[in-house]
Design a protein around this ligand. Structure first.
Ligand SMILES: O=CCCC(=O)O
Length: 504
């Protein structure tokens, strides 16, 4: 029998819109949310329309200009974030359960996502108080020497956050906690696959004491998604958009934001090279590859996509990887404690994964599946068998597009200059990984690889304390880190003051 949702705190299940601190009906039709492990409906949610987006922006704008929010000091905003953090922590098992039903990921990973998400609340509470401006002397000749420059920072205003289905809690908090720390207000549009976890967080935000209008959530179905995206990206009252998702959608949103010159942060796709040199600790490299590749069944933007292995260790890496996959991967429903690999979140991901394997095999790769998917699992679930593609080559689709699936594509290389050229032969530039014990090589690779993030002998790099963001077609702007993430939500004013030095 398919598992059913069983929350301890029933208030966390809120299948409507959240505007002005109220759960309110939507103007659009209801839509079903499916459990990716069974394909069955587990929730029905009201869909927002563009008219609802208007209401949410009005609420966020009124809150931004209203005294209840504006008169709070940075320390008071930090206290609210810490209270939100406390409540999320107290409701962690329920939130993790919602994530399992929304995304399909195993419960342990879902709990890990909530823990990861909380680091953003905590970190941004600290960041809130440390956004100081500066005072500088004029050094120029003549009157400029009399000048003093006062640089002050202000929250940018209403922020629209458009969040993806792969980490619905972590990436919502990475954006919202930062915006709120800066003093902005938020309108969030979650993905159609994952509307409930955002509403659960909004419920807890109200409990934490955030004033009405500071956080607003617009769950919506697939059909209304582009309409709401457009409504938010073209709205005169929205000052900033932060989006995590695909590069094609990111480019469309950037074009929509252009007419009103909105500030934009884009965390887009990747095509992560994962390079294993022959002097690396191979057991460690393969253990890290397992984490990097099979976290959420390969559905992360920071996933290893092209695994480059030096030719003389290729067979050994395949052997180690096969053994680990057999020992560590158990596909199943996320609520089953034995499960370590969930299904894909959407049926279209399943089609893409199959197309990638077929394309690679037709171009000479060998596909092996060391772990089979238990036939007792629901055939309607979106399970894809973890697959190794041996002898992958640069002409295959897996060399140029993210698979977003548990497919490990193993490419051979011979020399360092060759692998760097091949790793950089992509329009993407999100995250790369290098495994070697040679310190000089670490510097050379770190400085020449064209990605915004580099993992050095580690397969998981994202964290609240480090700035994260891509280069090239992987987007622009940074999230998290000291000063970097919050700067995206602040506007800077420079006052120039000419001091008259002649005393009376
Ligand atoms: O999928 C993109 C983000 C994943 C992460 O923050 O680790």
């Amino acid at each position: 029998m398919a598992p059913t949702l069983n929350l301890i705190n029933k208030n966390l299940y809120q299948p409507s819109l959240f505007i002005n601190n109220e759960f309110v009906p939507a103007s659009g039709e209801d839509f079903d949310v499916l459990d990716p492990a069974t394909g069955e409906t587990w929730a029905t949610v009201a869909s927002a329309t563009a008219a609802d987006a208007e209401r949410a922006v009005d609420a966020a704008d009124a809150a931004f200009h209203g005294t209840a929010w504006r008169q709070l000091t940075a320390r008071e905003r930090a206290r609210l974030l810490l209270e939100w953090d406390r409540l999320i922590r107290a409701n962690k098992s329920d939130l993790a359960q919602l994530l399992v039903f929304e995304t399909g990921k195993p419960l342990r990973e879902a709990e890990g996502e909530v823990d990861y998400a909380l680091t953003f609340c905590w970190w941004m509470a600290g960041e809130a108080e440390r956004q100081h401006g500066s005072i500088a002397n004029g050094n120029g000749p003549g009157p400029a020497a009399n000048n003093r420059f006062l640089v002050t920072k202000y929250p940018i205003g209403v922020v629209a956050t458009l969040t993806p289905w792969n980490f619905p809690i972590a990436l919502f908090l990475r954006k919202a906690a930062t915006a709120l720390a800066a003093g902005c207000t938020v309108v969030n549009k979650p993905s159609p696959e994952t509307p409930l976890s955002a509403n659960a967080l909004a419920y807890l935000a109200r409990e934490a004491g955030f004033p009405p209008g500071t956080i607003n959530i617009l769950p919506c179905n697939e059909a209304n998604t582009p309409l709401i995206g457009t409504a938010l990206c073209t709205h005169a009252k929205v000052q900033k958009v932060s989006f995590t998702g695909s590069t094609p959608v990111g480019k469309k949103l950037a074009a929509q934001c252009a007419s009103s010159l909105k500030k934009l942060t884009l965390e887009l796709g990747g095509n992560g090279p994962f390079i294993i040199f022959n002097d690396a600790d191979l057991d460690h490299a393969v253990a890290q590859l397992m984490i990097c590749k099979f976290r959420h069944a390969g559905q992360t933007c920071v996933c290893a996509q092209r695994v480059f292995v030096q030719s003389d260790i290729y067979d050994r890496v395949v052997e180690l990887l096969t053994a680990r996959m057999q020992a560590e991967l158990t596909p199943g429903h996320g609520l089953d404690p034995a499960t370590t690999l969930g299904p894909l979140t959407t049926p279209r991901s399943l089609d893409k994964a199959q197309a990638h394997v077929s394309d690679a095999v037709s171009r000479g790769a060998t596909a092996i599946t060391p772990v089979t998917v238990n036939s007792s699992l629901s055939p309607a679930g979106y399970f894809f068998p973890p697959t190794l593609l041996l002898n992958a080559s640069d002409a295959m689709a897996v060399a140029s597009e993210e698979s977003f699936a548990p497919i490990v594509s193993l490419f051979r290389f011979d020399t360092e200059p060759e692998v760097i050229t091949r790793a950089n032969n992509t329009s993407m530039g999100l995250t790369s990984y290098v495994f070697t014990s040679n310190a000089d090589r670490i510097w050379r690779v770190m400085e020449t690889i064209e990605t915004g993030n580099v993992g050095i002998n580690v397969g998981l790099t994202t964290s609240a304390e480090a700035p994260f963001g891509g280069w090239h077609d992987s987007g622009y702007g940074k999230e998290a880190g000291m000063g970097y993430g919050i700067a995206e939500y602040l506007k800077v004013k420079t006052a120039t003051w000419s001091v008259n030095w002649k005393a009376d």
